[in-house]
Design a protein around this ligand. Structure first.
Ligand code: COI
Length: 357
């Protein structure tokens, strides 16, 4: 099996045989292989799959100094008969290239990205957890490779994909603190891109939220500190009355692929969805009137994370622990990804089953 001209060096590890798929800890264990490609002289070259291993880097690497680094998060699942499945590839290609454009990095041709991904996931398919709701988390990323001190775009880059088995990112409902001081992104900035630095910038405010007893941050807009943007690790949805509402992607909010998929499922099920500016005051008001029925986050890693508490201006607003809309959406998206619910949207791509795994 080969999707293209990728040099493949197979690992001899049999770690997967003793891996405990019942107790997956997100982010801790990496599968056997990684994909790499180099951007040199204006071309992607050296496409290679090799055993997962450390990289050697020069201390002058520009990504370390000036942050030209981006990433994606995707998921591979398995159908009942063991067929590996990939989710919404076209959307991830579009988004990684939007991020790379914003960070002045080279475009990644879809054949480099997708053929590397297909071959890697096919090879490491034994690492895809069997149970619905779990997945092989796929982490494509790109970073500057010039060794140079002085601010300019790098001329050389590395693109890589690593994968890791993933259970639920949040095992329990999460509490959110509406961030009182800091901001994540302004329109015209890099908030829409999956820039590695966006996550670094969120770490200090997130630490303060943890110290205040919350799991995550709910960001407000940069101009008026009034409109809800997203959570530190995911997009945000509310169910108010019988409508689902979510902040419109205005240039400062990550264009979540899970977010867009959930909107499609809702509309298909006849649930009205509004994408528009949502002020925190509107949500607090809806809570006071008893109209705020549900709040949940969405993301590739999180899939759907139920929210049970929101802290705003020294007051906690508790949410009911019935999540009919969030539960329906999670069952539907997990079911499509496990091949047990018809993929009527054409989101899934099948990979070959390797008989030797
Ligand atoms: C994802 O959902 O895949 C992300 O990249 C978010 C990250 C916080 C894990």
């Amino acid at each position: 099996m080969s999707f293209s001209n990728i040099k493949v060096t197979k690992s001899t590890s049999d770690r997967v045989k003793s891996y405990d798929f019942e107790n997956i800890k997100f982010g801790k264990t990496f599968s056997d292989h990684m994909f790499m490609a180099d951007y040199i002289d204006g071309q992607w070259t050296n496409l290679e799959i090799l055993p997962t291993q450390p990289l050697s880097m020069h201390p002058g690497n520009m990504a370390l100094h000036y942050g030209q680094a981006l990433f994606e998060g995707m998921k591979a699942t398995k159908s009942q008969d063991g067929t590996p499945l990939l989710f919404r590839l076209d959307k991830y290609v579009t988004r990684i290239n939007a991020s790379s454009k914003r960070l002045c990095m080279p475009e990644l041709p879809s054949e480099v990205f997708l053929n590397g991904l297909r071959e890697l996931v096919t090879l490491d398919q034994a690492w895809i957890p069997p149970q619905s709701g779990s997945a092989l988390y796929v982490r494509p990323f790109m970073f500057a490779m010039d060794n140079h001190i002085g601010v300019r775009p790098s001329f050389t880059y590395k693109f890589m994909i690593i994968t890791l088995p993933a259970g639920p990112y949040y095992a329990r409902p999460v509490s959110l603190r509406v961030e009182p001081n800091y901001i994540r992104a302004a329109v015209g900035g890099v908030g829409e891109a999956k820039a590695a630095g966006n996550y670094a910038a969120a770490m200090y405010p997130t630490k303060l939220a943890h110290e205040a007893g919350y799991d995550q941050i709910l960001w407000l807009d940069a101009n008026e500190h009034k409109y809800i943007q997203e959570v530190g690790t995911m997009n945000i949805f509310f169910v108010v009355g019988d409508k689902v509402i979510t902040p419109a992607t205005d240039g400062a909010i990550l264009k979540g692929i899970t977010r867009e998929s959930l909107i499609t499922i809702c509309k298909d099920k006849g649930i009205e969805v509004e994408e528009r500016p949502i002020s925190i005051d509107e949500i607090i008001e809806a809570h006071k009137k008893g109209e705020l029925k549900e709040c949940f986050g969405s993301g590739t890693a999180a899939v759907i994370a139920k929210v049970n508490k929101m802290g705003y201006k020294d007051q906690d607003y508790m949410l009911d622990d019935h999540f009919p809309v969030a539960n329906m959406l999670k069952e539907t998206i997990d079911g499509i990804r496990a091949g047990v619910i018809e993929d009527k949207y054409g989101w899934m791509e099948k990979l070959p089953i390797l008989t030797s795994v």
